[in-house]
Design a protein around this ligand. Structure first.
Ligand code: AMP
Length: 117
Protein backbone atom coordinates (compact mmCIF):
# COMPACT_ATOMS: atom_id res chain seq x y z
CA UNK A 1 0.00 0.00 0.00
CA UNK A 2 1.45 3.41 -0.96
CA UNK A 3 1.88 6.18 1.57
CA UNK A 4 -0.06 8.65 -0.59
CA UNK A 5 -2.83 8.17 -3.10
CA UNK A 6 -2.90 10.20 -6.30
CA UNK A 7 -5.74 12.73 -6.27
CA UNK A 8 -6.81 12.01 -2.68
CA UNK A 9 -8.00 15.26 -1.11
CA UNK A 10 -6.88 14.29 2.40
CA UNK A 11 -3.41 13.26 1.13
CA UNK A 12 -3.17 16.73 -0.45
CA UNK A 13 -4.23 18.44 2.79
CA UNK A 14 -1.68 16.39 4.76
CA UNK A 15 1.03 17.29 2.22
CA UNK A 16 0.32 20.96 3.02
CA UNK A 17 -0.98 21.89 -0.44
CA UNK A 18 -3.69 24.16 0.98
CA UNK A 19 -1.89 25.49 4.05
CA UNK A 20 -4.45 23.82 6.32
CA UNK A 21 -3.68 24.33 10.01
CA UNK A 22 -3.87 21.26 12.20
CA UNK A 23 -5.81 21.26 15.48
CA UNK A 24 -3.50 18.51 16.73
CA UNK A 25 -0.92 16.23 15.16
CA UNK A 26 1.54 13.44 15.81
CA UNK A 27 4.12 11.76 13.59
CA UNK A 28 1.45 9.60 11.98
CA UNK A 29 -1.89 11.40 12.46
CA UNK A 30 -3.30 14.90 11.90
CA UNK A 31 -6.56 16.62 12.88
CA UNK A 32 -8.17 19.49 10.97
CA UNK A 33 -11.56 21.19 10.75
CA UNK A 34 -14.23 19.67 8.53
CA UNK A 35 -15.00 21.99 5.61
CA UNK A 36 -18.75 21.40 6.02
CA UNK A 37 -19.32 21.11 9.78
CA UNK A 38 -22.32 19.09 10.99
CA UNK A 39 -21.88 20.34 14.58
CA UNK A 40 -20.48 23.54 16.15
CA UNK A 41 -17.16 21.72 16.42
CA UNK A 42 -16.45 19.15 13.72
CA UNK A 43 -12.90 17.92 13.34
CA UNK A 44 -11.48 15.11 11.20
CA UNK A 45 -8.70 12.87 12.52
CA UNK A 46 -6.71 11.37 9.66
CA UNK A 47 -3.67 9.10 9.38
CA UNK A 48 -0.86 10.57 7.27
CA UNK A 49 -0.56 7.21 5.50
CA UNK A 50 -3.26 6.58 2.92
CA UNK A 51 -5.67 3.92 4.17
CA UNK A 52 -9.01 3.78 2.33
CA UNK A 53 -11.25 2.99 5.29
CA UNK A 54 -11.43 1.32 8.69
CA UNK A 55 -12.24 -1.91 6.84
CA UNK A 56 -8.57 -2.13 5.79
CA UNK A 57 -7.28 -2.00 9.35
CA UNK A 58 -5.98 -5.20 10.90
CA UNK A 59 -4.80 -6.10 14.38
CA UNK A 60 -1.26 -4.91 13.63
CA UNK A 61 -2.66 -1.42 13.03
CA UNK A 62 -3.60 -1.14 16.73
CA UNK A 63 -0.90 1.48 17.29
CA UNK A 64 -2.25 3.68 14.46
CA UNK A 65 -5.83 3.37 15.70
CA UNK A 66 -4.67 4.18 19.25
CA UNK A 67 -2.82 7.22 17.96
CA UNK A 68 -5.99 8.37 16.15
CA UNK A 69 -7.87 8.13 19.47
CA UNK A 70 -5.12 10.07 21.20
CA UNK A 71 -5.27 12.85 18.58
CA UNK A 72 -9.09 12.89 18.71
CA UNK A 73 -9.02 13.35 22.50
CA UNK A 74 -6.32 15.99 22.24
CA UNK A 75 -8.24 17.92 19.55
CA UNK A 76 -11.43 17.74 21.65
CA UNK A 77 -9.53 19.07 24.67
CA UNK A 78 -8.02 21.85 22.54
CA UNK A 79 -11.52 22.92 21.46
CA UNK A 80 -12.97 22.83 24.99
CA UNK A 81 -15.08 19.68 24.56
CA UNK A 82 -13.45 17.57 27.25
CA UNK A 83 -16.20 18.11 29.83
CA UNK A 84 -19.24 18.78 27.60
CA UNK A 85 -18.52 15.65 25.58
CA UNK A 86 -18.16 14.67 21.95
CA UNK A 87 -18.97 11.97 19.45
CA UNK A 88 -16.46 9.92 17.46
CA UNK A 89 -17.70 8.45 14.18
CA UNK A 90 -15.95 6.51 11.42
CA UNK A 91 -17.83 5.70 8.24
CA UNK A 92 -16.89 2.72 6.10
CA UNK A 93 -18.44 1.89 2.75
CA UNK A 94 -21.53 2.95 0.81
CA UNK A 95 -24.27 2.33 3.41
CA UNK A 96 -22.42 4.48 5.95
CA UNK A 97 -22.31 7.41 3.52
CA UNK A 98 -18.51 7.48 3.36
CA UNK A 99 -17.54 10.12 0.80
CA UNK A 100 -13.80 10.46 1.22
CA UNK A 101 -11.91 7.19 0.85
CA UNK A 102 -9.04 8.06 3.16
CA UNK A 103 -9.66 6.77 6.68
CA UNK A 104 -10.89 9.45 9.07
CA UNK A 105 -12.60 9.78 12.40
CA UNK A 106 -15.16 12.56 12.87
CA UNK A 107 -14.99 14.40 16.23
CA UNK A 108 -18.24 16.29 16.79
CA UNK A 109 -19.46 18.34 19.71
CA UNK A 110 -20.23 21.81 20.98
CA UNK A 111 -23.98 21.29 21.32
CA UNK A 112 -26.41 18.53 22.25
CA UNK A 113 -26.16 16.04 19.39
CA UNK A 114 -29.12 14.14 17.98
CA UNK A 115 -29.49 10.43 18.64
CA UNK A 116 -27.81 8.09 16.18
CA UNK A 117 -29.86 5.99 13.81
P1 AMP B 1 -17.32 10.80 5.19
O1 AMP B 1 -18.71 10.99 4.70
O2 AMP B 1 -17.25 10.05 6.49
O3 AMP B 1 -16.40 10.26 4.13
O4 AMP B 1 -16.82 12.26 5.57
C1 AMP B 1 -16.03 13.05 4.72
C2 AMP B 1 -15.94 14.40 5.36
O5 AMP B 1 -14.88 15.12 4.75
C3 AMP B 1 -17.21 15.24 5.20
O6 AMP B 1 -17.70 15.61 6.49
C4 AMP B 1 -16.73 16.45 4.39
O7 AMP B 1 -17.37 17.65 4.77
C5 AMP B 1 -15.25 16.47 4.70
N1 AMP B 1 -14.41 17.09 3.68
C6 AMP B 1 -14.42 16.87 2.35
N2 AMP B 1 -13.49 17.61 1.75
C7 AMP B 1 -12.86 18.32 2.72
C8 AMP B 1 -11.81 19.28 2.73
N3 AMP B 1 -11.20 19.68 1.61
N4 AMP B 1 -11.42 19.80 3.92
C9 AMP B 1 -12.02 19.40 5.08
N5 AMP B 1 -13.03 18.52 5.12
C10 AMP B 1 -13.45 17.97 3.97
Amino acid sequence: MSEHSEGCIFCRIIAGEFGTSFVAETDDVVAFDDVSPQAPTHILVVPRRHVASVRELVRDDDRLWGEMLEVANRAALERGLADSGYRLVTNSGPDSGQEVFHLHMHVMGGSKLGRLG
